[in-house]
Design a protein around this ligand. Structure first.
Ligand code: ZN
Length: 234
């Protein structure tokens, strides 16, 4: 995404939403009531190029964001596995970059050590090491609390109950997936579903705009169901 496109997306988000931290988003979900369209911005993996455009633009606008990193790649400087597979070797952040972001007020979050597919790991000790190890590494490097975790790849098949149990036991405040879904103020907010910020502003608008025509009869909004008095169905 170009700097110009990113700035246009932020313009639109700021004009139409409250842009808040993950903590505030969770508070609104858990309050069971929210009449403000709300967005939290997150990043995954830890790409060096974010230092040039995204992070300065967020800081200039004083917008909160959470930055999830797979820590092995900051340590080694190697490209991420999903990029190597595509033959595109983009530079990861350095540890100093992360310290700088933390000092700027960007919240850091854990994203496993080796960007592993948690849905395929059944070895509990390995899974613990991937999830908790990345948080410990970040805490050591940057001396900040690591409160959130995001699943690499982020689709249902990339998660597991075992992994979620480890995230909960480890004391994280919550976790993010990439299920391409909204978060309604009717859940415990521990699982926050995310939407990809596509390069195109129209696509982002489409995904973040609620159009009742998109909803089938069996996909009623959760709040509609809770607002309907019982026995009113005919
Ligand atoms: Zn990732």
């Amino acid at each position: 995404m170009s700097h110009r496109d990113f700035a246009m997306q932020l313009d639109w988000l700021q004009a139409n939403f409250d842009v808040v931290s993950l903590e505030e988003a969770q508070r609104r979900v858990r309050s069971m009531h929210n009449d403000r369209p709300t967005v939290a911005i997150t990043f995954d993996d830890g790409y060096a190029e974010n230092s040039q455009t995204a992070i300065p633009e967020l800081v200039r606008r004083n917008l909160p964001a959470t930055y999830f990193v797979a820590t092995d790649f900051m340590r080694t400087g190697n490209a991420f596995p999903h990029d190597r597979q595509r033959g595109v070797e983009l530079q990861p952040n350095t540890i100093d970059d992360l310290r700088h972001y933390a000092a700027l007020g960007i919240e850091l979050g854990a994203h496993t050590k080796s960007h592993s597919n948690c849905g395929t790991i059944s070895d509990i000790e390995l899974l613990r090491d991937e999830i908790m190890g990345s948080a410990h590494q970040l805490e050591q490097w940057c001396q900040v609390p690591i409160r959130y975790f995001s699943f690499p790849y982020g689709m249902p098949v990339n998660t597991s109950q075992l992994a979620v149990d480890i995230v909960r036991e480890a004391g994280f405040a919550g976790f993010c997936t990439a299920y391409t879904a909204w978060n309604w103020p009717c859940s415990d907010g521990f699982h926050l579903r995310r939407i990809h910020a596509d390069p195109g502003l129209q696509s982002l608008k489409n995904r973040l705009t609620l159009d009742p025509r998109k909803l089938h009869d069996d996909q009623k909004l959760p709040f509609e169901e809770t607002l309907e008095p019982s026995g009113s169905h005919t």
